[in-house]
Design a protein around this ligand. Sequence first.
Ligand code: SF4
Length: 280
Amino acid sequence: MEVKIAQNAGFCFGVKRAMKMAWDELENKGENDTYSLGPLIHNKQAVDKYKEKGLIEKEDLENIPSNSKLIIRSHGVGEKVYTESKSKDMEIVDTTCPFVKKIHDIVKDFSDRGYEIIIIGNSAHPEIIGINGWCNNNAIIINKVEEIDSITFNPTKAYCVVSQTTANLESFNNIVEKLKEKINNLTVKNTICFATKERQLSAIDLAKEVDCMVVIGGKHSSNTQKLVTICSKVVPTFSIETKEELKKEIFENFKVAGVTAGASTPDWIIDEVIEYLKEI
Ligand code: SF4
């Protein structure tokens, strides 16, 4: 079977960088215990591999002993985590994606200058919780344009709006337009990262060239399932988490298979699937 791989399949730049930094740290960790606050990414196979290598996962800082090493995940944390971990003499390995770090800097800067901060995104997402932690957790968080009517804005204040990196551009623009009707002094910072969009566009391009598509990634991963949906509109598409789910018989009528993967799928899982398909 001929196998073609989509450009931008799997980890984006920020996650790839973070996972490599964490792995390098575990390879050279010596005697010190190394912790992460929550799972490094939402991929069980990858998380298990890092745990086997010695990474210890904790949900909050209180449960991490002083003097240990703390890996900060790619979607970043609030300012308090840095100050508290320093006060516990922890060594920080900061794998925050540079695009997310840039949002922290903007929020800190504008907040220090007296601006009110508005974040467009999902308030429960760790990236948003982290960003909010750079303006004393005082940001107004808006997920949908309809929410704006129930918010009271202070006409004497200046506001700065940023977005979650994975926000949808159309939704961001709609919210900003509506905010402009309500706020006179509004600074807009479009902080959307286009890694997700690029992954989707590459998947569509590849789907047009092949007989079927295999999309690798979590069944509950929204970005993976979005890839499945858009590829299914072009060719028969199979959604799998690992190569074990593949059956040779389903590929009997296909000569060329395309492969793409969601944002949390490590390269080694993609490689295993490619090798399996090539052997058919
Ligand atoms: S900001 Fe973009 S590059 Fe960075 S981790 Fe998020 S999706 Fe990846």
